[in-house]
Design a protein around this ligand. Structure first.
Ligand SMILES: C[S@@+](CC[C@H](N)C(=O)[O-])C[C@H]1O[C@@H](n2cnc3c(N)ncnc32)[C@H](O)[C@@H]1O
Length: 281
């Protein structure tokens, strides 16, 4: 075994002992990042290339700093985003939420679909829609100053128009015109603080995670915002916790102007996002 692969095996054991959920993946990812190669090319790194920076990175991950904060990058669908302290790291489960939204927009047969991503964080959802639905006009909204700065960096030079605003009141100039509103908002109940993984609890901003006693305060506000923004027949897509699948579709009721409210699983078959259509009068 070359020196680097032996170091990776040792790092894997250290990360496993620290409770990191995917120790081998993270040990390899950090080695690839330090040496500027992909995980599949680690065997090509010569023994002499071993670098002390690797052990510094492993120590940070051992202390449960998110992998993406150490490398400064997060992968989301076909994108590589800049992330770090002050912004929520985009999660793989959100990729299937965006996949559903992309299919919904394509099925609309609208020449230049108007899309709004509320609570955009790093800009991940808005950027994926802009990239994968080429003629879409995409707006992204973020309230938090720190997250907004990361979103600005990621959306610079792209077709996404970024707004520093509260999702509940943002973009009144688009009222009644939007084809799709999408959001991955904060949704963890405050009562579950102690059960949240240290990577999220200690590093994601709390405005990105928690939303009232039952976790649904922001989603209730988004329901009104989406109703205001969407055209009749337009669609809303909202991510939620896997324990909230029986609750969120009930926020989008017929008496509040919605049709076809439904819940959907993610790739692990866990309840993950709710969708509804703005009623056509
Ligand atoms: C769970 S994070 C998701 C970020 C991004 N959508 C993603 O999926 O990676 C939620 C984001 O919503 C933002 N946020 C919370 N309340 C908001 C509000 N009322 N208006 C706008 N943004 C808000 C937080 O600052 C955070 O960036």
């Amino acid at each position: 075994m070359n020196v680097l692969l032996a170091e990776v095996a040792q790092a894997t054991r250290r990360l496993a002992d620290a409770g990191v959920p995917s120790p081998r993946f993270d040990a390899e990812e950090l080695a690839g990042w330090v040496h500027g190669v992909g995980r599949g090319e680690l065997h090509r790194v010569a023994d002499a290339d071993f670098d002390a920076r690797y052990w510094e990175a492993v120590a940070r991950r051992e202390a449960r700093e998110p992998l993406q904060h150490i490398t400064g990058r997060a992968f989301f669908r076909y994108l590589e985003l800049e992330v770090g302290a002050g912004v929520f790291v985009p999660r793989p489960e959100t990729e299937s939420v965006v996949g559903w939204a992309i299919d919904a927009v394509r099925a609309m047969d609208v020449a230049e679909p108007l899309v709004v991503d509320l609570c955009t964080g790093s800009g991940a959802i808005a950027l994926a829609l802009a990239q994968e639905v080429p003629r879409s006009r995409v707006h992204a909204v973020e309230l938090d100053d720190g997250a907004y700065d990361w979103a600005r960096r990621n959306t610079e030079g792209t077709r996404v128009t970024l707004h520093h605003a509260d999702a509940f009141t943002a973009l009144p100039e688009l009222d009644g015109q939007v084809d799709l509103v999408i959001s991955n908002p904060p949704y963890i109940p405050l009562t579950e603080w102690e059960y949240v993984a240290p990577e999220a609890r200690d590093h994601d901003p709390s405005l990105a995670l928690f939303s009232g006693e039952d976790g649904l305060d922001t989603i209730r506000g988004l329901e009104r915002a989406a109703h205001r923004l969407l055209r009749p027949g337009g669609v809303v897509v909202v991510e939620h916790a896997d324990t909230q699948g029986g609750l969120v579709p009930w926020i989008f009721t017929e008496d509040r102007g919605w049709a076809d409210a439904a819940d959907h699983p993610d790739l692990n078959n866990r309840p993950r996002f709710a969708t509804a259509r703005r009623e056509v009068p």
